[in-house]
Write a protein that binds this ligand. Structure first.
Ligand SMILES: *Cc1c(COP(=O)(O)O)cnc(C)c1O
Length: 374
C-alpha cells in the first residue's frame, strides 16, 4: 500500500461558509464593536445555552481561562482530586489557583476517573473533584455526586470534548457545580480559540462575570482581582457560522466511525468505545485501544509506522499528567497509585476523524493498520 500523498491528520478544523461568516462580520463593521459583551457574543451565548440545554452559560476567550475562573469562583483550596489522563490544562488550572492536584486512577473501560478509587484519595485538605469526560465519554456522574455530597466537596467537570453530549436527554453541562467547554479549533464546535462555563447556581454568574472582566463592577469599583477572560466579537461570529455546520459534520463522523468499526472489528487486539443508546455522543475523537499481546504490535509501533504512510494519529493523553516533571514529585503521582492509567495510556490511539475524510480514505487507513499486524 502506498503512503497518502497529502498528510492525513487526526482532525481538521471545521471551516464555515465564508459568506455566512462575512455577513455576520459586516454587522461588526457597522457597530464599531469588537469586544466587551458585544451583540455577537450575546447572540452566541443564547444560542449555545439552548443547544447545550443549560440554564446559565458564560463565554470565555478560551477553555483554560474559563476553567481557571471556575476554580477561583468556588474558592477552592488545599487539594483537588482529578485524573492524570487528560490535557495539561486540567491540572494546570489547579496549580495556578495554588491548589494541589491529587491524581486518582482511571476506569479501564471509560478511561475517566475511577469512582471506586476517589474516596481513598480524600483527605482533610480535599475541597473538590475535577473530573474530565475524556473523549466525550461521560463520567460516572451519579457516583461522583454521591461522593461529593457525602464529603461536602465541590464538583467541576472538564467537558472540553463533550460538546452537546446528553445523558438521557439532559445536557452534560447541568452536572456538578460548574462545567467547562472548550471551543479550540481542534474541538468539534470551535471559535478558533474559546470556551464556556455552564452552572446551575444563578448567583455564580455575577462572580464569574467579574472574574472574566478584571473584577470591574462599575466605573468606580473594581471588586476583585479578575483576569481578562472575555470572548471577542470575531470569535463569536466564527462560532455562529461554525454552529451551522455541526449537524452535518456529526452525521458524517457517525458514518465514518461505523466504517472504521466495520473494517477493523475482526482485527484481533483492536477495540472501540461503542456508542450507548442513552448517551448522545459528541463525535469529538475516535480513540481505539491496541492490545499489544493480541494485535502483535505495540500502540507506539503502530503510531510510528502510520507516520511513514503520512497518517498522523495522536497518542492522547501520553504522557500522563502525573509524569510531567512538575507533578511527578507528588505522592499521588506514584505509578503504584495509577496502574490502570499507566496501562491505558500505552494502548490508546486516536485515529483521523473528520467529515472531510472520504470512505476510501478510511478504508485505506484500516488496510494499512491491519498490514502492520505480526
Ligand atoms: C482542549 C482542552 C482544554 C483546554 O481548552 P482550550 O480552549 O484549548 O484552552 C482543557 N481540557 C481538555 C481535556 C482539553 O482537551
Amino acid at each position: 500500500m502506498k503512503p497518502f500523498v497529502k498528510p492525513i491528520y487526526v482532525t481538521q478544523p471545521l471551516l464555515p461558509d465564508l459568506g455566512v461568516f462575512n455577513k455576520e462580520l459586516s454587522d461588526t463593521w457597522r457597530y464599531h464593536w469588537f469586544t466587551n459583551q458585544g451583540p455577537k457574543v450575546k447572540k452566541l451565548e443564547n444560542i449555545l445555552a439552548t443547544r447545550l440545554k443549560v440554564q446559565n452559560l458564560l463565554l470565555f476567550n478560551n477553555g483554560t481561562i474559563a476553567l481557571l475562573a471556575a476554580i477561583k469562583s468556588l474558592n477552592l483550596s488545599g487539594e483537588v482530586i482529578t485524573t492524570p489522563f487528560t490535557f495539561p490544562a486540567t491540572p494546570h488550572v489547579l496549580t495556578w489557583n495554588n491548589v494541589t492536584p491529587v491524581f486518582c486512577d482511571i476506569d479501564p473501560y471509560t478511561m475517566n476517573i475511577d469512582v471506586n478509587k476517589i474516596e481513598k484519595m480524600i483527605t482533610k485538605k480535599t475541597s473538590a473533584i475535577l473530573a474530565v469526560h475524556v473523549f466525550g465519554i461521560p463520567c460516572d456522574v451519579e457516583k461522583i455526586q454521591q461522593i461529593a455530597k457525602k464529603h461536602n466537596l465541590k464538583v467541576i467537570y472538564d467537558a472540553a470534548h463533550a460538546f452537546e453530549v446528553e445523558i438521557n436527554g439532559s445536557g452534560i453541562g447541568n452536572l456538578g457545580d460548574i462545567t467547562m467547554f472548550s471551543f479550540h479549533a481542534t474541538k468539534l464546535f470551535h471559535t478558533a480559540e474559546g470556551g464556556a462555563l455552564s452552572f446551575k447556581n444563578k448567583l455564580l454568574k455575577n462572580q464569574l462575570y467579574l472574574l472574566q472582566n478584571f473584577g470591574i463592577a462599575n466605573e468606580l469599583e473594581v471588586r476583585l482581582p479578575g483576569i481578562n477572560g472575555k470572548m471577542n466579537e470575531i470569535q463569536a461570529i466564527l462560532g455562529l457560522a461554525v454552529l451551522r455546520t455541526i449537524k452535518r459534520e456529526r452525521i458524517r463522523r457517525k458514518k465514518i466511525k461505523k466504517l472504521y468499526i466495520k473494517f477493523l472489528k475482526e482485527t484481533a487486539g483492536i477495540r472501540f468505545y461503542e456508542d450507548k443508546l442513552h448517551i448522545k455522543s459528541s463525535y469529538q475523537y475516535l480513540p481505539i485501544r491496541i492490545n499489544e499481546k493480541e494485535f502483535g504490535r505495540s500502540r507506539n509501533y503502530v503510531y510510528k509506522k502510520l507516520k511513514e504512510y503520512n497518517i498522523f494519529t495522536r497518542r492522547y493523553f501520553y504522557p500522563l499528567c502525573s509524569e510531567y516533571p512538575y507533578y511527578k514529585i507528588l505522592r499521588s503521582s506514584s505509578p503504584k497509585n495509577l496502574p490502570v492509567a499507566h496501562q491505558v495510556v500505552q494502548e490508546v490511539l486516536c485515529l483521523p476523524f473528520y467529515g472531510n475524510l472520504s470512505d476510501a480514505d478510511v478504508e485505506k487507513i484500516c488496510t494499512i493498520l491491519q498490514s502492520l499486524q505480526e
